[in-house]
Design a protein around this ligand. Structure first.
Ligand code: ADE
Length: 261
């Protein structure tokens, strides 16, 4: 069956087979192998669904029974680097949900991992929970709002079938880890940390869109090597592991309902 085009209204979420998948990825290096793998095409600027001025980039196409939209927040207009972090991730996720009405979101990316919790370079995790580690508001209830801990959409069959590791994900807007970040990440009980996941989860939950988080470990945050150096050293090779895992997830999703995941 041909998937409906992305501008058709969605069916009642959860009632039929998944047809529209939104992949949210922060870095171009992480995104391009998947664009190639799924033979996605870039939406031309003149046909962009996004507001004028936004650097957000969308690739789209049909893969098996699915319509895939892959969005990347693009390059910072001033500095020319990938727009990583929670602000860009939340904005592009918000706009994409409104305009594309996906049945499922996959936030894929690289992450730091804690060796004390069993993470190694190249491991791919499915996040069971997400939270922020750099939003400190020491006032009752605001403290919990800042941490923003939430469970992700449960996918027991993906976990069983694809043999991915499962762990909690903690999100903050820095690549390095201050002593405060470290204690907050540990109190979030996280095995992996990134710069987007909890922000994507916040927006997805707001609009009742199931979201899953596939994160591949580029650096060991409780290890000896400087994070930035280890991250850059492993980015390309770990991206291959990430893309293989995302492909397996998408192959698994094809033909299934969200309740089958
Ligand atoms: N992405 C990859 N490695 C990371 C780290 N150590 N911290 C935050 N985000 C990351």
């Amino acid at each position: 069956m041909a998937p409906p085009s992305s501008d058709q209204p969605d069916e009642a979420a959860g009632s039929g087979a998944i047809s529209k998948v939104l992949v949210v990825i922060a870095m171009q290096t992480e995104a391009l192998p998947l664009v190639t793998k799924f033979e996605l095409v870039e939406a031309a600027t003149e046909e962009s669904i996004f507001p004028k001025g936004a650097p957000w980039t969308r690739f789209h196409g049909d893969y098996k029974g699915l319509h895939i939209d892959l969005v990347w927040p693009g390059k910072d207009p001033l500095l020319g680097v990938d727009s990583v972090g929670t602000v860009s991730a939340a904005l592009v996720t918000y706009a994409s949900i409104q305009l594309l009405k996906p049945d499922l979101i996959i936030n894929a990316g690289t992450a730091g991992g804690f060796k004390a919790r069993g993470a190694s370079i190249g491991d791919v995790y499915l996040a069971s929970d997400v939270a922020f580690h750099d939003r400190r508001i020491p006032i009752p209830v605001f403290d919990s709002y800042g941490i923003g801990a939430r469970q992700t959409f449960a996918t027991p069959n993906i976990v069983k079938e694809l043999n991915l590791k499962v762990g909690k994900l903690s999100t903050g807007d820095s690549l390095d880890m201050s002593p405060h970040d470290e204690s907050a990440i540990l109190s979030n009980d996280a095995t992996v940390n990134d710069m987007e996941g909890a922000a994507v989860a916040y927006v997805a939950e707001m609009f009742s869109t199931p979201a899953i988080f596939v994160k591949a470990v580029t650096d060991i945050v409780d290890g000896e090597k400087p994070t930035a150096e280890e991250f850059l050293q492993n980015l390309i090779s770990v991206t291959m592991a990430l893309d293989q895992a995302v492909t397996k997830v998408i192959d698994f999703i094809d033909g299934k309902c969200v309740s089958d995941l």
